[in-house]
Design a protein around this ligand. Structure first.
Ligand SMILES: *Cc1c(COP(=O)(O)O)cnc(C)c1O
Length: 411
């Protein structure tokens, strides 16, 4: 093969006068030092020296990449960091970065379940997770029983001979109830079930599922970990190399894997994750207390407050950081909620959470619009119910704006 030199003139169509391809060349080495930041590598395919070298890679005798769906450097860098944050040790294997949080949830079911299996799941999980279990898994022969996750006896009573896993979120959306993780771990251990924990709301800084008996941990990296509402990603890991292999194979085969650019953005976001989370949690606590004093507010839901129904459990599980989500009920209905959202005009009304900035959501018209009013009432969600995802803004300013908007909404 003729040698390509960096002096070869590159033409638009990729061939010089001698007919040599000039499109696919390694760039010349231009620096004897290395970049401070992680390079973004969007390559889909990787060149190998020869067939033996490719064999060595596929057989795990030499490291490296072949095709981006199977793995790429930006996913490795991001995955290693989240593995470390969640306490995934080399003995356990490694987690998998997926193209969204739902892709991570999907990989759990596709990789670890088979036809005829049964799931016991919390009845207030993320809406799409509920839909997946209610509408899609039954088509594949997998049934789910939904239980109140704060009630250990209810979890135990739902277990059947064919039950394979328990699926929980530590803190539920939007009523912020705290699951009985100890009971769930004990039931899973005693019955040989997989305990699957979606740790998106609580984050590795608030809760360590693997240290509390989880076998599989899931994240929507889209939310607090990436933290800037500009990357859609997920992550999933299990407690054994075999299970991690099954998750990796499911993600790769069903095409659930992640884009390099999103991984690159998320890694950049992770640099400030601890700072963002601690600031947002502290502000959320201050906001909850201020709303608790506000006459326009009928009820505040924050696990860090003594009046929260699961406060004692939250105090035991969450290391004194009760996360960045605060919910409250205004004294009034849809019109009151509309007035509040318009009055809080500097705070986006947007159906997401975990952004660097604060966002507001109204579950009755967004995440929980699919339920009947009675179904919402059973969860304690009415038209005056507002959920706040607290960001990193200056605490006094943010609390002041939200409390002022609450006062205006009822006057
Ligand atoms: C957002 C979210 C998901 C889904 O994540 P995407 O990245 O939006 O696919 C799953 N679980 C929880 C708790 C979430 O908040």
């Amino acid at each position: 093969m003729p040698e390509e030199t960096s002096a070869t003139p590159a033409r638009a169509m990729g061939h010089n006068q001698d007919g040599r391809s000039v499109v696919r060349r390694s760039p010349p080495a231009t620096s004897s030092s290395t970049p401070l930041t992680t390079p973004l590598q969007p390559a889909v395919a990787w060149r190998s020296i020869d067939a033996d070298a490719l064999d060595a890679q596929y057989e795990g005798r030499s490291p490296g990449y072949t095709y981006a769906r199977e793995g790429h450097p930006n996913a490795t860098v991001l995955g290693d960091k989240i593995d470390w944050m969640e306490g995934v040790t080399p003995q356990m294997g490694r987690g998998v970065v997926t193209g969204s949080g739902m892709a991570a949830v999907g990989a759990v079911f596709l990789g670890l379940l088979k036809q005829g299996d049964h799931i016991v799941a919390g009845d207030q999980l993320y809406g799409r997770s509920l839909r997946l279990m209610r509408q899609d898994l039954p088509r594949m022969g997998v049934e789910t029983s939904f239980v109140d996750p704060t009630d250990g006896a209810a979890i135990a009573a739902a277990v059947r001979p064919e039950t394979r896993m328990i699926v929980l979120e530590v803190v539920s959306n939007p009523t912020l109830r705290v699951a009985d993780m100890e009971a769930a771990a004990e039931i899973a251990r005693a019955k040989g079930l997989l305990l699957v924990v979606d740790n998106t709301f609580t984050t590795p800084r608030g809760f360590s599922p693997f240290a509390h008996g989880a076998n599989v941990v899931v994240h929507s990296v889209t939310k607090l970990l990436a933290g800037h509402s500009d990357a859609t990603l997920g992550w999933v890991a299990a407690d054994t190399p075999e299970r991690n292999r099954a998750l990796y194979d499911a993600a790769t085969t069903w095409g659930l894997t992640a884009s390099p650019f999103d991984c690159w953005l998320a890694e950049r976001g992770l640099h400030t994750f601890d700072l963002r989370y601690d600031r947002a949690s502290a502000t959320a606590a201050a906001l909850a207390d201020a709303l608790g004093e506000c006459a326009a507010v009928a009820q505040v839901l924050y696990p860090g407050r003594a009046d929260h129904p699961d406060h004692a459990r939250a105090a035991g599980l969450l290391r004194g950081r009760y996360a960045n989500m605060v919910s409250f009920r205004l004294r009034g209905g849809r019109e009151t909620a509309n007035r509040f959202l318009r009055a809080a005009s500097h705070i986006p009304f947007a159906p997401t959470l975990g952004d660097v900035g604060t966002t507001l959501s109204h579950p009755a018209s967004s995440s929980h619009r699919g339920l009947t009013p009675e179904g919402r009432a059973a969860l304690g969600i009415d038209e005056g119910f507002i959920r706040v995802s607290v960001g990193v803004e200056e605490t006094a300013m943010l609390v002041g704006e939200i409390v002022a908007a609450a006062r205006q909404s009822v006057s």
